[in-house]
Design a protein around this ligand. Structure first.
Ligand code: SF4
Length: 394
């Protein structure tokens, strides 16, 4: 099998390859380095570099794949281990974790985001159920690194098994608490978490650091533990496959833990019995914010979901679209409209979307969603006969 390791799996510039075509590489070997903002990329398999393109390193995997991996080099601090291991925000953001955890929040809060916010995705909960103590160890490392005073694990109250596991794992931890999030989308939005847990309403564009908080996804913390305790680079990913696949049990979501980064998504769809025809598209990510993908799209450090969608309805009426910060953005809605064969004649944003001063529209009150009747009337006035919306609620 050929694995495709993207050179940009993070916020920042693409990495620079440091291997050559024809070279044999080991699992865990550093194969690309950042050229600015970014994170190291390591081979997830033993294999031979087959091709290097502008955007990726392609590696033909060996038949034999021993468990052992090349450990990251010795570092002076745990923060340096996180940087060396190429840890990035695994929940989808992809921000280099080493930079985030350098932030000065002395006396503040590290919050583990265990919202697993997007519907269907279940791999974070599967991990917590079996590894709650490991997650708590990761939070303790982060408290040490950031000098934060309190650690919170933010989770929705209906995850009973995970709450029991976390309750046991935190029972002797005086400065770590489990906190409940509301059972709504987008409960995992950083500003919603800060509002719910700390009572601080961040302005659009403000970071949690304004409230002396750093928020980190469950799998990012898992990778922090692996980097510090096993000297393991980020070479695997947890994900959920769901939708129109043939195995009935997989249709509502099947979890895969620790899969090699770079594998094609088709492999995991096949593991779920293959595609149930007819289908619409392969969505990479969750239902709200996922993007269009292909069967040969690779697993990356930030991929959480592989969803085989229903066939898209074909729509001949003229469409109006309404964009929301926490759902599909303008480009994605246009893409869906085009897959539906529909013409977009008007666009509006949810009325809570405001310019953050940097030219980006952000929601002023995420999760406190208004009715959209006024916006719908505006679209109608512009000739829209039907609506395509990405709004969280209405
Ligand atoms: S208020 Fe509007 S922009 Fe904000 S989360 Fe709700 S629907 Fe999205």
């Amino acid at each position: 099998m050929v694995l495709r390791l993207e050179l940009r799996q993070h916020v920042g510039a693409p990495c620079r390859p440091i291997v050559s075509v024809g070279e044999h590489v080991k699992k865990g070997q550093l194969i690309a380095e950042p050229t600015g903002l970014g994170a190291n990329i390591h081979s997830s398999v033993y294999g031979t570099v087959k091709e290097i393109t502008e955007t990726a390193i392609l590696i033909e995997a060996d038949e034999e794949q021993p468990e052992e991996f090349v450990k990251i080099k010795d570092t002076e601090s745990n923060l340096d281990a996180i940087i060396e291991a190429g840890v990035v925000g695994a929940g989808g953001a992809g921000f280099p974790a080493g930079i985030k955890f350098k932030g000065d929040i002395e006396g503040g809060y590290v919050i583990v985001n265990a919202a697993e916010c997007e519907p269907i995705l279940a791999h974070n909960m599967a991990y917590i159920e079996g590894h709650a103590e490991e997650l708590v160890r990761g939070l303790k490392y982060l408290l040490e690194i950031t000098k934060a005073a309190k650690g919170y694990i933010a989770i929705k109250p209906h995850h009973t098994k995970q709450l029991i596991a976390l309750g046991k794992a935190t029972k002797n931890e005086d400065n770590i608490e489990i906190k409940y999030l509301p059972n709504m989308y987008p409960a995992g939005d950083e500003r919603v978490i800060v509002r719910e847990l700390l009572g601080v309403e961040l302005e659009p564009g403000q970071l949690p650091s304004v409230a002396k908080a750093i928020i980190s996804n469950v799998e990012t913390v898992k990778n922090v533990v692996a980097a510090i305790e096993e000297r393991k680079p980020v070479i695997t990913k947890d994900l959920t496959v769901a939708g129109r696949v043939k195995d009935a049990d997989a249709q509502t979501g099947r979890v895969f833990l620790n899969v090699p980064i770079g594998m094609p998504v088709s492999y995991f769809i096949d593991q779920c019995g293959g595609i149930l025809e007819p289908y619409g598209e392969i969505v990479l990510g969750g239902p709200f914010t996922g993007k269009h993908g292909e069967l040969d799209s690779p697993v990356t450090k930030t991929l959480g979901g592989i969803i085989v969608s229903m066939p898209l309805i074909q729509e001949k009426r003229k469409l109006g679209i309404i964009c929301c910060e926490c759902g599909a953005q303008e480009a994605r809605l246009h893409e869906i409209a085009s897959l539906m064969g529909a013409e977009v004649v008007a666009e509006e944003r949810c009325k809570r979307m405001t310019d953050d001063g940097r030219g980006r529209y952000r929601c002023s009150l995420p999760g406190m969603c208004p009715g959209q009747a006024e916006t719908v009337l505006k679209l109608k006035g512009k000739g829209a006969e039907a609506l395509l919306i990405s709004n969280c609620e209405d």
